[in-house]
Write a protein that binds this ligand. Structure first.
Ligand code: FES
Ligand code: FES
Length: 229
């Protein structure tokens, strides 16, 4: 028969009663023992911090605090884009261009300079051309936006798109969505009466491939075509 005695000094005594032999296991509270225990506690805590650090670093890398604050800062936004109504929730700092490209996946509008200098991001807001990289999405609440994706009528290209194709108004095509959106607005504004005027009112749209003569021809042709621009 075995007996276990735990006394008030935290000593553990195990004794065998059956054969009159007994032995004791004692855990004594010595200063040395206390120091060793404290050391183990501290080293365990350090090990925990060391193991946790990759998690903390990962969290910092993912900018979790920024994401959390962004979630709280979001504001509601209602936009009609290419005839489709969108009820969104956006950070106030998001540009219209980033909203179109990254949230609505309308990547036709291009990000060229992101500083309002190239015109690649041109879209129409309430019928007027706007550099979407310089426009905050929240400023367009309740408005109608048209991007290059919304210009055609189903499978029928817009007359300006047809004219650009006919006159080779592009090479690499990167500036083309912005050029076409500006060209449509240019005609609607009444600023396409002659080549000189077109050049002046299209001067905000840069083409690094130098397709300017063909672009002007395309706009002149589209305007003369008499179709609904
Ligand atoms: S990307 Fe907007 S003007 Fe260049
Ligand atoms: S077609 Fe290449 S930048 Fe205009």
């Amino acid at each position: 028969m075995y007996g276990l005695i735990l006394n008030l000094n935290s000593r553990i005594k195990i004794s065998t009663m059956s054969n009159d032999k007994s032995f004791e296991l004692e855990e004594k509270q010595t200063p040395l023992h206390e120091t060793r225990r404290r050391f183990l506690k501290h080293s365990s805590a350090l090990a925990a911090i060391t193991l946790a650090s990759p998690v903390l670093v990962k969290a910092a890398e993912n900018e979790m605090d920024e994401k959390a604050s962004a979630w709280f800062e979001k504001v509601p936004l209602q936009l009609e884009v290419n005839g489709v109504l969108h009820k969104l929730s956006v950070e106030p700092r998001v540009t219209l261009l980033d909203l179109l490209r990254e949230q609505l996946h309308l990547t036709g509008s291009k990000k060229g300079c992101d500083y309002g200098q190239c015109g690649a991001c041109t879209v129409h807001v309430s019928g007027k051309r706007v550099l979407s990289c310089l426009s905050l999405a929240v400023m367009q609440d309740g408005k109608k936006v048209t991007t290059i994706e919304g210009l055609a009528n189903g499978d029928n290209l817009h007359p300006m798109q047809e004219a650009f194709i006919k006159h080779d108004g592009f090479q690499c095509g990167y500036c083309t969505p912005g050029q076409i959106m500006s060209a449509v607005a240019c005609v609607r504004e009444g600023h396409a009466e002659n080549e000189e005027q077109i050049r002046q009112y299209m001067s905000g749209n840069i083409c690094r491939c130098g397709s300017y003569p063909n672009i002007v021809d395309a706009i002149m042709d589209a305007k003369k075509g008499g179709g609904k621009i």
